[in-house]
Design a protein around this ligand. Sequence first.
Ligand code: F6R
Length: 603
Amino acid sequence: MCGIVGYSGPGNSVLPVIEGLSRLEYRGYDSAGICLKNDDELLILKKEGKLENLKAIIESGNYYSHTGIGHTRWATHGKVTSENAHPHGNSDFAVVHNGIIENAPALKAQLMKEGFEFKSETDSEVFLVLVTKFFKQTGDTLKAISLAYKQIHGNSAFVIIEKTSDKLYAVKRSAPLVAGVNPTTREAYVSSDPFALIGFAPDIYFPEDGVICMGESTPTEAKMSFFELDLTPSSRYKASTNLMTMDATSKGPYEHYMLKEIHEQPALIDKLAAYYIKNDGRHILDDLNGLKTDMWHFTACGTAWHAGLVIKNFFEQNNRQRANVEIASEFRYKNPILNKNEIGMFISQSGETADTLACQELCREQGIKTYSIVNVEGSTLFRNSDKNFLIHAGVEIGVASTKAFTLQVLTGYFMSKAMEGQLDNPALFNEVKLLSTRIAELCENAEKLISVAEKIYAQKGFIFTGRGKYFPIALEGALKLKEIAYVHAEGYAAGELKHGPIALIDENIVNIAIVGPELYEKTISNVEEVKARRGVIVVVGPENHPEIESIADIYIPLNFEGLNDLSPLYVNVVLQFIAYYIAKLKGTDIDKPRNLAKSVTVE
Ligand code: F6R
């Protein structure tokens, strides 16, 4: 979703701000803008569409400024237009904003009554006008920001610059914000994502809600100061070192990040196994040995929710512990029944998904422990959890989540094994090694799946089916296909088809049926039902089964032997490739599919 980068220092802000925005492009956006502070003005350049459009404007001029802020906007309030793009500014201040000001309509009406004018349809401009109004009353920028912040409701991060100084100001509520400093080059930074600051700011700071950050570059140093809303100095921030590397920004030999990230999976699986079974992660898991809780409450969104459904099976079947898996945007509003001896478990790649964060807050308020399976160390989810189980997937740039899903599920599997005290059982390491080997084989032979995609990509709709542990994979396979290929796809429990969706089946519909060795006959019967109604049948099933050969239009044989509980992850990689190759044939923007954002920081 929206991305923010701000710079103040002796150099030209245009370069780090545009580079930072380029790094945040993967998050999804529909317009971009920059504000450059000069001696006599705050110059705003902004353009709808890709960052390239803004870059073209910048390249056509000779822009230089020591202080600048930039933004990539993912529209929430107001159409995708240059006017609604950020920054929003006037002669005194410029503002960029991530999030939503929930009471913007009421505030805007009041401000208009008071005679203030608005140039855009956005909620964000309300904050600009509030800061301007309170500055007129107080003559003090920090006071004005504090007063404006107190008026707004909802989750937001703001960065503000002013005409009268080279300072950067930032403040947030339940939205990602990082401040940074480079002591050597005397540069101060702010961003919505530490990824934008790699190589620019080695010292980074994560402020808590309601802490105003003020960055400045003096002739001797770069400084980041923190204030409470009453403007007393604040210590409510976490200082850290930016350890992220830029490796992830290269696609290597692959045409898309998604393809690269699918291919990274075997090596990442091996690394995660070593981390949790033998190395640094071991002590984190050892704490779970013998753990019993009355109920695990999993909440997550999208692909991460599907990961929760797979992990639920591990906890219930192997540990005989109850687990409830809910979509975060549902859980948070249903007044859930939570008791003390229960654990809230949050799954999130980004650690910044607004609904998931809200569920965590709700669990904390009710006094239950909160654990997270998360990729981004230092993210809001990470910082607010009692315990974190990192998935170590590295940066995932493709908007469609692939490697994160695999590693989320695997982390859940290790947790389940840790509860059973089975981490030292050599069978575990061998099983995981077998998984990475089989996935590596799939990757080596992936091009064979191009011909599968060619046969089905033009069909009208896709129904993915599976039973038991493959049901969540049917959901995930359908989600991956719809989000990157823009075709209608649904995931169903195979036994559920005849209760409604079978009405859709005709020769234009493809049934991608996951047929595991478990409940084999029953699942094959479901495939027969679809075949009888002229559906196109693709079976992803166990190898050497001649009857599948005779039923299926396309048979993708797999060796399930020895994978046991991990076989859903193996099957899922086949579905990742099928989605990828269908999207490629359709010519969509695979890494940045339309309307989607990598990190969904609004509710
Ligand atoms: C789908 C996808 C999304 C995310 C969801 C949650 O490919 O990526 O469904 O899984 O938006 O995001 P995180 O895991 O960052 O909380």
